[in-house]
Ligand binder design. Structure first.
Ligand code: ACO
Length: 325
């Protein structure tokens, strides 16, 4: 398979560190050195997850010189669908991909990489030829805007790639997927219900999803330990040395995590792709959104070898080595 198209979309409103200092007790002096973040995009009530995902997918399909009716499968990696029953079908309708099957895939910030690997399995078995993988999240809907330890970190966005089956090459060179559910409590956007007696001897639960909670230090430690391991495993399977890589593109959670991972891999910092200063942490969107931004900027070129790694809630983490274009 080859990855032949890329696209992205962000909401129009930009929330700066300065804006945030008017919302909670924080400052650019605290946020920027600890995270690398300056701005993030946030959606208003007329900007939906489905529409943002559809915009990114449409651009990726046009970039691949395909028509939406050529698409066989849409995988929407998201933790923040407009509808808990899933938003992929809506995206299928919005882009006019009338022949495509579509489903949501939820692995938080690892979702895009899990989705890319899933797409490769459908393509390699010969079942589907053209698969769109979208990473999209609107975490601004789910943060507690009074909690300065989390609300400064997240932004909204969507990114997408088109994967195509080819006879001659397989540009997804290797991958790794891992989970450790014993650390599930480190990062949550969980349901909380209260008992409601319904009938004689029957009690149901009534409630809703509560804002995101995170043990920042634990997630930091986990990422710095596990992400290099996952990349090294995939590099070994791909038969590549670290020097063979053109770019390292990690989930954009924190610039310090990216720098620490690159250091452990002995990769020069110039090879890190980072757009965290403009987008913040956009969860499942962060890898394809950064990839698309760097392709449009002319930094990433066809033939470049890229190591990507998603990590976060679950806890889950993943890596993939691919050739762009
Ligand atoms: N502004 C000002 N002060 C703050 C803020 C803020 N926004 N947030 C926390 N503080 C304060 C704390 O209250 C604390 O004060 P205290 O010492 O008086 O108690 C102090 O700053 C230090 O807080 P820490 O939490 O220890 O700060 P730390 O240096 O660990 O940085 C951070 C926090 C940036 C969140 C870091 O732990 C991190 O990046 N962790 C990884 C998070 C991550 O990767 N998350 C996403 C992964 S998964 C996903 O994307 C869904």
């Amino acid at each position: 398979m080859a990855i032949i198209g890329c696209g992205s979309a962000t909401p129009s409103a930009i929330l700066s560190n300065h804006h945030l200092s008017q919302v909670v007790d924080t400052s650019d002096e605290w946020i920027y050195p600890r995270t690398g973040m300056k701005n993030r995009h946030v959606s208003s009530t007329n900007e939906t997850l489905s529409q943002l995902a559809a915009d990114a997918a449409q651009k990726a399909i046009a970039d691949a010189n395909l028509d939406p009716t050529n698409i066989d499968l849409i995988i929407l990696a998201t933790s923040t669908p407009d509808d808990l029953f899933g938003s992929a079908s809506k995206v299928q309708h919005l882009i006019g991909a009338t022949q495509a099957a579509a489903f949501d895939l939820t692995v938080a910030c690892s979702g895009f990489v899990f989705g890319l690997i899933t797409a490769a399995q459908y393509i390699r078995t010969g079942v589907y030829k053209n698969v769109v993988v979208i990473g999209a999240d609107l975490l601004s809907r789910w943060v507690d805007w009074t909690d300065r330890t989390t609300c400064v970190l997240f932004g909204d966005g969507a990114g997408a790639v088109v994967c195509q089956g080819t006879e001659t090459k397989d540009n997804l060179l290797a991958f790794e997927m891992r989970n450790d559910g014993s650390q599930h409590g480190c990062l949550n956007l969980g349901y909380q219900g209260e008992s409601k007696p319904l009938a004689e001897g029957i009690t149901v639960q009534v409630g809703g999803y509560k804002p995101l909670t995170m043990s920042g230090k634990e997630v930091y430690r986990f990422a710095v330990a596990k992400v290099p391991e996952a990349i090294e495993k995939a590099m070994f399977r791909a038969g590549l040395a670290i020097d063979d890589l053109d770019w390292l593109l990690l989930h954009q959670a924190n610039q310090r995590i990216m720098d620490a991972v690159a250091k452990r891999l002995k990769l020069p910092s110039e090879k890190i792709l980072s757009r965290i200063s403009e987008y913040g942490n956009t969860s499942a969107a962060s890898i394809p959104l950064t990839l698309d931004t760097e392709i449009r900027a002319g930094k990433v070129k066809p033939g470049d070898k890229i190591a990507v790694s998603g990590f976060g809630a679950g806890l889950a983490w993943s890596s993939a080595i691919f050739v762009w274009g």
